[in-house]
Design a protein around this ligand. Structure first.
Ligand SMILES: *Cc1c(COP(=O)(O)O)cnc(C)c1O
Length: 350
C-alpha cells in the first residue's frame, strides 16, 4: 500500500472473485455462469452498428432496459434501477440504506461484508441454523437493514417469500434487500411484494440465468422512493454506469425470455441428475434451488477434492471459511460436463 492511501481504506480486505483462468481450458464449474450462449436476439443486438455508436455516451437513464423489465415483472419503469452488474446495485443499496448497520448470514455471498466495510457500515452477522437454513425471525428486532440472498449462495436453500414479508413488516423503518441472483432456477420471487412493502428492495442479475456475466448488467426493483434514492447516488458517482453494448444485450435478452426459460429448465434437469449421482457416490448434498449444488463427502477433504479436480481440468469453488471448508460449490453445466465431473470423482475415489 502506498503512503497516499486514504486511511479510511487501509484495512479493507477486498473480495476474492472465483478464478477466471485465461490459459488452460477448464470445465468451468466455479462461478455459476451459464454453460449456454446468449440468445440469438442478443447476438444480433451486439452488432457492428451498435459498436459504431460507441462514440456516443450511453443513455444515462437506462430507460430501454427499465421499460422491458417493467413489462416483464409487471411493475412501473420508475420502480426499476439498472446497474453495472448487480454488485453495483448492492453497493448503492448498502450505501443508501445501511446507515444503522447491515445484517446478513455467516454463510452467504462473500461480497456483502466487503461492501459494508467499503461504505463504513456496521455488519451484523446472523449465523445460519445448524442445518444451514435461515431463520427469518432472527432478522426481527435488529433495527437495521438486512440483505438475504434468496435462494442463498452457496447453500442453495430458500426462505419462503412470505417470511421475507414478515421481516419487512416487523420494521417498516429499515430496508430488506433480497438478492435474487438465482431465483430463475426454481425459486420464488419477492417482486410481487414491492407494492405492499415500501421497504423491500429486490436485486437481480443478468449474469446467471441470462448468460450475460461478461456484460455486467443487474437491476433492483422496489418502491419508487427507494429507486429515486439509488438514482441520486448513481448520478452522484457514475451517471453512465451501463455501457451501450450491454444495454442493447440486456434489452434483447429480456425479449428472448422463452430461450432463457428453456435453458433454466435444462439446468434444473441436470441439477437433479447431478445431485442423484453425487449422493450415490456418498456425498451429502441438499436439494438446491439454484444453478449450483453444495456438496460434502464424509471421507473426502473438501479442499483436497477441489485441488484434485483442478488437476484433472475441472474448476469448482472451495471456500476456506471454517464452517464450510469441507464443502465445494459446483456450478451446474451441460449434461456432458456433469457426466465428466461424476466420472472424474468416481476415479478419484478409486
Ligand atoms: C453472482 C452473484 C451476484 C453478482 O452478480 P453480478 O450481477 O455479476 O454482479 C450477486 N449476488 C449473488 C448471491 C451472486 O451469487
Amino acid at each position: 500500500m502506498s503512503s497516499y492511501m486514504n486511511s479510511r481504506f487501509r484495512n479493507l480486505s477486498p473480495y476474492t472473485p472465483g478464478e477466471q483462468p485465461q490459459g488452460r481450458k477448464y470445465v468451468k464449474l466455479n462461478t455459476n455462469e451459464s454453460p449456454f450462449p446468449p440468445s440469438e436476439g442478443v447476438l444480433e443486438a451486439v452488432n457492428r452498428s451498435e459498436a459504431e455508436l460507441l462514440r456516443l455516451y450511453s443513455d444515462p437513464t437506462s430507460d430501454p432496459v427499465k421499460n422491458v423489465l417493467a413489462e416483464r415483472y409487471e411493475v412501473e419503469p420508475d420502480q426499476v434501477f439498472v446497474t453495472n452488474g448487480s454488485d453495483e446495485a448492492l453497493n448503492y443499496a448498502f450505501m443508501a440504506f445501511g446507515e444503522d448497520g447491515i445484517a446478513f448470514a455467516d454463510v452467504t455471498y462473500g461480497f456483502y461484508g466487503v461492501i459494508a466495510d467499503f461504505n463504513g457500515l456496521r455488519s451484523r452477522i446472523i449465523p445460519l441454523e445448524e442445518d444451514m437454513t435461515l431463520d427469518p425471525d432472527k432478522y426481527k428486532g435488529i433495527h437495521m437493514a438486512c440483505v438475504i440472498a434468496n435462494p442463498n449462495a452457496p447453500t442453495g436453500l430458500m426462505v419462503p417469500v412470505d417470511r421475507i414479508a414478515g421481516i419487512a413488516a416487523s420494521d417498516p423503518s429499515h430496508v430488506v434487500i433480497v438478492d435474487e441472483a438465482y431465483v430463475d432456477f426454481g425459486g420464488e420471487s419477492a417482486v410481487r411484494l414491492i407494492r405492499e412493502y415500501k421497504n423491500i428492495l429486490v436485486v437481480h442479475t443478468f449474469s446467471k440465468s441470462r448468460s450475460l456475466a461478461g456484460a455486467r448488467v443487474g437491476y433492483a426493483i422496489g418502491d419508487e422512493a427507494l429507486i429515486r434514492d439509488l438514482e441520486t447516488l448513481k448520478y452522484s458517482s457514475n451517471p453512465y454506469n451501463v455501457n451501450r453494448i450491454s444495454m442493447a444485450a440486456a434489452v434483447a435478452a429480456v425479449k428472448d425470455g422463452e430461450y432463457y426459460r428453456k435453458n433454466c429448465r435444462t439446468i434444473m434437469e441436470n441439477r437433479a441428475w447431478t445431485v442423484e449421482e453425487l449422493r450415490k457416490l456418498g456425498f451429502s448434498c441438499r436439494d438446491s434451488l439454484t444453478n449450483f449444488v453444495f456438496a460434502e463427502h464424509p471421507d473426502m477433504d473438501g479442499r483436497k477434492l477441489y485441488l484434485d479436480l483442478k488437476e484433472r481440468g475441472i474448476l469448482v469453488r472451495h471456500f476456506d471459511s471454517e464452517r464450510i471448508s469441507n464443502y465445494n460449490r459446483i456450478t451446474i453445466g451441460t449434461r456432458e460436463q456433469m457426466e465428466f465431473l461424476i466420472s472424474t470423482i468416481r476415479e478419484l475415489q478409486g
